[in-house]
Design a protein around this ligand. Structure first.
Ligand SMILES: *[C@@H]1O[C@H](CO)[C@@H](O)[C@H](O)[C@H]1NC(C)=O
Ligand SMILES: *[C@@H]1O[C@H](CO)[C@@H](O)[C@H](O)[C@H]1NC(C)=O
Ligand SMILES: *[C@@H]1O[C@H](CO)[C@@H](O)[C@H](O)[C@H]1NC(C)=O
Length: 312
């Protein structure tokens, strides 16, 4: 009897393992065999495709999943990555220049491995968000004029729910949300929405564990304060400029700073000299140096308002 039960259990277990291992067909359809110019035998899988977030309006978001390297183990966490902007592509920035697995060589044709890729520890789900950004689109053009934080969060939530139907192996997996710059809005707002939707569910499919934001856009006051403290504590600006920036900018709108604030931002810029504010310890590249000179004080604004092209 006991032996019969054990055998039955084993058979059941084998069946469920087979079930878990068989990827749904539409998941397989999203598999990336190899990117153009990619190094061979990278040892991890990639997928990309569209997930519809609103059937009636024909709105779909584009994702690129880079699975964790084998050394990360079989149940490495899932990390959703969101760039900011608003309007920045997570594929173009986060994936290709920052935390993703590949870097693009100057020839624009070949890729090499990023030795600091986050997929050494986690499965990375890069999402182009909201619709209209990167490869994400809507068949209802009006959607592009009615975007906003609340809708962005609702669409990202709908994306996660529908994406998990295509990738059920990630249901209940430890889940984190990460991003930068204007995603200082997107990330915590999506986290809050998931937290609310999960409320009362003992074992939620979106198993949110935490979130992280770099260079976050929070609000003008805190973004100015943090930026000035950072410049000053890294020895980039003088004590007096630091004090004057706080005196003249802190209570301004970053989109419409007062002339005194602009004057002090320009002063800070000249004290900083030719540096890359995003990477203090590396050589500035000439194109960003000329951008800085060309835009004068306005260049500094991109650190917190994310209005200018180069902003993330
Ligand atoms: C958008 O329209 C195209 C062309 O009709 C269609 O192929 C596509 O499926 C639509 N997208 C969505 C998300 O409905
Ligand atoms: C969770 O649900 C309970 C019961 O409906 C409600 O009282 C509480 O306010 C909810 N909490 C959040 C964070 O939504
Ligand atoms: C920038 O240009 C200068 C002179 O035109 C050159 O010497 C320098 O190497 C360039 N810097 C970079 C990072 O390419």
């Amino acid at each position: 009897m006991a032996r019969g039960l054990a055998a039955a259990l084993l058979a059941l277990l084998a069946a469920s393992v087979a079930l878990a291992a068989a990827a749904p067909a539409d998941q397989e359809g999203d598999r990336i065999r190899e990117l153009p110019g990619q190094p061979p035998n990278v040892g991890f899988s990639q997928y990309s495709g569209y997930v519809t977030v609103n059937q009636a309006r024909g709105r779909a978001l584009f994702y690129w999943l880079v699975e964790a390297a084998p050394a990360a183990g079989p149940i490495a966490p899932l990390v959703l990555w969101l760039n900011g902007g608003p309007g920045c592509s997570s594929v173009g920035y986060g994936a290709s220049e920052e935390v993703g697995p590949f870097r693009i060589r100057p020839d624009g044709k070949t890729l090499y491995l990023n030795k600091n890729s986050w997929n050494k520890a986690a499965n990375l789900l890069f999402l182009e968000s909201p619709a209209g950004v990167g490869f994400s689109y809507s068949n209802t053009s009006m959607d592009l004029y009615t975007a906003g934080d609340a809708k962005t969060a609702l669409d990202a939530y709908a994306f996660m729910v529908n994406w998990l139907e295509r990738f059920p192996q990630y249901k209940y997996r430890e889940f984190y949300i990460a991003g930068e710059s204007y995603a200082g809005h997107y990330v915590p707002q999506l986290a809050k929405l998931i937290f609310e939707k999960n409320n009362g569910t003992e074992n939620p499919t979106i198993n949110l564990k935490g979130f992280v934001v770099g260079n976050a856009v929070t609000d003008d006051y805190n973004d100015y304060l943090g930026t000035f403290e950072y410049w000053w504590s890294h020895g980039l600006i003088s004590d007096s400029t630091y004090l004057n920036l706080k005196k003249t900018c802190l209570f301004d709108s970053s989109e419409h700073p007062s002339p005194e604030c602009v004057k002090n931002l320009n002063l800070a810029s000249s004290e900083e000299g030719n540096i890359d504010p995003y990477s203090l310890y590396t050589k500035p590249c000439n194109s960003s140096a000329s951008l800085k000179l060309g835009l004068g004080g306005r260049y500094l604004m991109i650190l917190f308002t994310a209005l200018v092209v180069q902003s993330l």
